[in-house]
Design a protein around this ligand. Structure first.
Ligand code: IPM
Ligand code: MG
Length: 429
């Protein structure tokens, strides 16, 4: 009997540890170094709302240039999603968008949401479309790295000595917990008062699939059983332990096990799974304390694993340590199928269409797409190196600007990153 638990997961190790010291002289732009692409990938682009289309357009150009250098081909399919889809089709995630996403090799999302749809009923909110997409793609593991780049230490709201050197990863459970738990809804209580309610629930259920394969040998049939174990907590815990193992070997599980039953079970399972990873140092922290420790001494953290809602909150908090939420990428991965890659920022309707957005989080999400979604490590490295090089050359969008540097808009930042990609063609060869 074979117990198989496929974990098609390639843990993230940020590439920011190398620093690019001197800006390179630009070589002429090399657009076509490989005549016939050897590999072709379909990438679904979901620009979405607000600043989404602006940042996706920058990432698309970068991917196109990388493809011409690396001898790969991207077939982009742009599909409506979020508010844009609501206006066009009446739903936030049209079936065509979900099936295009499922049929592709990877999905890159800009951002969704905006004032216009804020008061819509729940099933007609752009955010509901995003949750449907995550559920539809079964991407349960959301990796949100927060790395303070040496170039941006002064953009952090924390003191230099607190922020400098922070390099942590939030592993957020993405398709369970209170976001999806039932019962949920609106109703009235015994006093006739209106109520809204949700359920924080995590299961250690095991779905056991028995596949019987009969091989006729002439005598007795041979029976093979394949057992697939699926546990909501176990699988995210394993992803987190694997991630920590590839980083600095420290995992902090964040919960609220002093109050919530769902957290008590979470902690019990994480402790159980820990026995498979004796090389990883596991600690537990209540979420209120974790929120405090993140601003008190963020360097104590290496990898954090937590549930859907705590991960949502803590990753926004962690992003501010790095200087701007406009810098942080994310990867959402399942056991198989295409991953979903998106900046962790929202659609920023206040600056939409004004060419003010920071496209770096989306570019870094495109790098994660190349690395984890497609296994194109070198191409990913090109984007990461180009982002660092552009920062080294002093270019900043408004959110990360400080005096004496070059303030640019979204488009120009994108152009400068393209120049850096070009200039580094031979350096990364
Ligand atoms: C995020 C966002 C989403 C979430 C919203 C837009 C549904 O805040 O990706 O962090 O809550 O997961
Ligand atoms: Mg969030």
């Amino acid at each position: 009997m074979a117990a198989s638990l496929q974990l098609n997961f390639k843990p993230f190790k940020p590439q920011f540890t190398h620093s690019i010291s001197a800006p390179n002289k630009f070589s002429t732009r090399i657009r076509c170094s490989a005549a016939t692409p050897s590999k072709s990938y379909t990438v679904t682009l979901l620009p979405g709302d607000g600043i989404g289309p602006e940042v996706i357009s920058v990432a698309r150009n970068a991917l196109q240039l990388i493809a011409s250098i690396e001898g790969i081909e991207f077939k982009f399919k742009e599909m409506p999603m979020g508010g844009a889809a609501l206006d066009l089709t009446g739903v936030p995630l049209p079936e065509e968008t979900l099936s295009a996403a499922k049929d592709s090799d990877a999905v890159l999302l800009g951002a969704i949401g905006g004032y216009k749809w804020d008061n819509n009923e729940k099933h007609l909110k752009p955010e509901t479309g995003l949750l449907q997409l995550r559920e539809g793609l079964k991407v349960f593991a959301n990796l949100r790295p927060a790395t303070v780049l040496s170039q941006l230490v002064d953009a952090s709201t924390l003191k230099r000595e607190v922020a400098e050197g922070v390099d942590l990863m939030v592993v957020r459970e993405l398709t369970g917990g209170i976001y999806f738990g039932k019962p949920r809804g609106f109703g009235t209580n015994e006093n006739g008062q209106e109520i809204g309610f949700n359920t924080e629930v995590y299961a250690t259920y095991e779905v056991v699939l028995l596949t019987k394969v009969y091989l006729t040998t002439g005598c007795e049939p041979l029976v093979f059983l394949t057992v697939n174990l699926l546990s909501q907590i176990d699988r995210i815990a394993r992803v987190a332990f694997e991630t920590a193992r590839k980083r600095r070997g420290k995992l902090c599980s964040v919960d609220k096990a002093n109050v919530l039953e769902a957290s008590m079970l979470w902690r019990k399972r994480v402790m159980e799974i820990a026995s498979e990873y004796p090389d990883v140092e596991l600690s537990h922290m209540y979420v209120d304390n974790a929120a405090m420790q993140l601003v008190r001494n963020p360097k104590q953290f290496d990898t954090i694993v937590t549930n859907n809602i705590f991960g949502d909150i803590l990753s926004d908090e962690a992003s501010m340590i790095t200087g701007s939420i406009g810098m942080l990428p994310s990867a959402s991965l399942g056991e198989s199928g295409p991953g979903l890659f998106e900046p962790i920022h929202g659609s920023a309707p206040d600056i939409a269409g004004q060419d003010k957005a920071n496209p770096l989080a989306t570019l870094l999400s495109a790098a994660m797409l190349l690395k984890y979604g497609l296994g194109e490590e070198k191409a990913a490295q090109r984007i990461e190196a180009a982002v660092l090089n552009t920062l080294d050359r002093g270019y900043r969008t408004g959110d990360i600007y400080s005096a004496g540097l070059k303030l640019v808009g979204c488009k120009e930042m994108g152009e400068e990153v393209l120049k850096s990609i070009d200039s580094k063609v031979t350096a990364i060869a």
